[in-house]
Write a protein that binds this ligand. Structure first.
Ligand SMILES: [Fe+2]
Length: 340
């Protein structure tokens, strides 16, 4: 072997070692074990997987990671990916796998369980729960006639310095992606700059926005719907309320967590059973009770204090959720306007 080819061989070996390391935690799985890549947290996923195994006898090996990174890993692994199922924190990452041609069709019977808006084109993924963007406000300092009709109104002088937002939050960024898709890049840039000029207050995350409203730092905020419910569960008099903007306003975006099956999976039947299980009343009720997210099946009601699921669907803007995959473009725009 010449020196050059030896070097090449060493390099190749280290690539193989690296590739193996990237899938370390599931490479030792048994042939009959379903392999789940999960961008959703262990605290939420482990109990549901346990319920699934008890109900079906199917064992599941789980690789946890950040949604975007797992979606990239699956694409890099290509047809050798050990993943059978990908459970994503948002629809955009599923859309990326659809674009890459990597997802298999979900069973027809499973698809009929949930509304059209909560499934991917061609039935290539299904939502497992939903989260709505809302307008939170101080119930002590804001009267009904001061509630804006549109998220675009928040650049008006009457809201100067009074609105809290969390530009580094993933759900906020998905919302910006949806605004770019729906209203265009220029209108979105103008809104972001308008908010900055109107002295929107930056918070590190959604929880802090709600606390900021309660503490009197700001009067309004742009979080996901479930954060306030967590505070209300502790204290029903917590002095913050939330509402939707006018019907179909982009500020009412409903995004979803969802799941898709890899075309390359050799365990299609078990994978289909897992996806169907996530839409079962037991699993849906667990998400609702545990996270206050919206269920995606009609038999399960959302938490008390939330608008019903069908009302929510009427309020939400019509956005193809799977098309919200251009996070890169949103991050570039946020950098451009100085928000990151
Ligand atoms: Fe969240």
């Amino acid at each position: 072997m010449s020196t050059i080819s030896l070097r090449r061989a060493v390099r190749l070996a280290s690539v193989i070692i690296l590739a193996t390391a990237a899938v370390c935690c599931v490479s030792q799985t048994r042939a009959d074990e379903l392999v789940l890549y999960s961008g959703r947290s262990k605290a939420l996923v482990d109990p549901v997987v346990k319920m699934f195994t008890e109900a079906t006898g199917i064992e599941v090996a789980i690789k946890y990671g950040k949604t975007a990174q797992l979606a990239v890993a699956i694409q890099e692994e290509g047809e050798h990916s050990p993943a059978d199922v990908f459970w994503s924190q948002d629809a955009g990452a599923l859309g990326a796998l659809v674009s890459a041609g990597m997802l298999a069709e979900v069973d027809e019977q499973t698809l009929t369980l949930i509304p059209q808006a909560y499934r991917g084109d061609d039935g290539l993924w299904v939502a497992t729960s939903g989260r709505a963007r809302v307008l939170a406000y101080s119930s002590l300092r804001v009267s009904d006639d001061a509630l804006p009709a549109s998220v675009f109104d928040l650049t008006d002088p009457q809201y100067k310095g009074k609105v809290g937002w969390a530009p580094t939050n993933a759900s906020f960024q998905s919302f910006v992606t949806a605004m770019r898709k729906t209203h265009g890049q220029d209108a979105t840039r103008a809104w972001l700059n308008g908010m900055i000029a109107n002295d929107a207050q930056v918070y590190p995350k959604n929880t802090a926005i709600i606390q900021g409203i309660a503490a009197g730092e700001v009067d309004y905020g742009l979080p996901n719907h479930y954060y306030l419910l967590r505070f209300k569960a502790q204290d029903e008099d917590f002095p913050v309320e939330q509402t939707a903007f006018s019907a179909q306003d982009i500020g009412n975006l409903v995004n979803v967590a969802g799941v898709g099956i890899l075309k390359t999976s050799a365990r299609q039947e078990a994978a289909q059973a897992f996806v169907a299980y996530l839409l079962s009343p037991q699993a849906q009720q667990f998400f609702v009770s545990e996270t206050f997210e919206y269920p995606v099946v009609n038999e399960v009601a959302p938490s008390a204090g939330l608008i019903p699921s069908d009302t929510l669907q009427g309020e939400a803007p019509a956005v193809d959720l799977g098309s919200l995959e251009d996070l890169r473009g949103t991050l570039d725009l946020l950098t451009e306007v100085g928000l990151r």
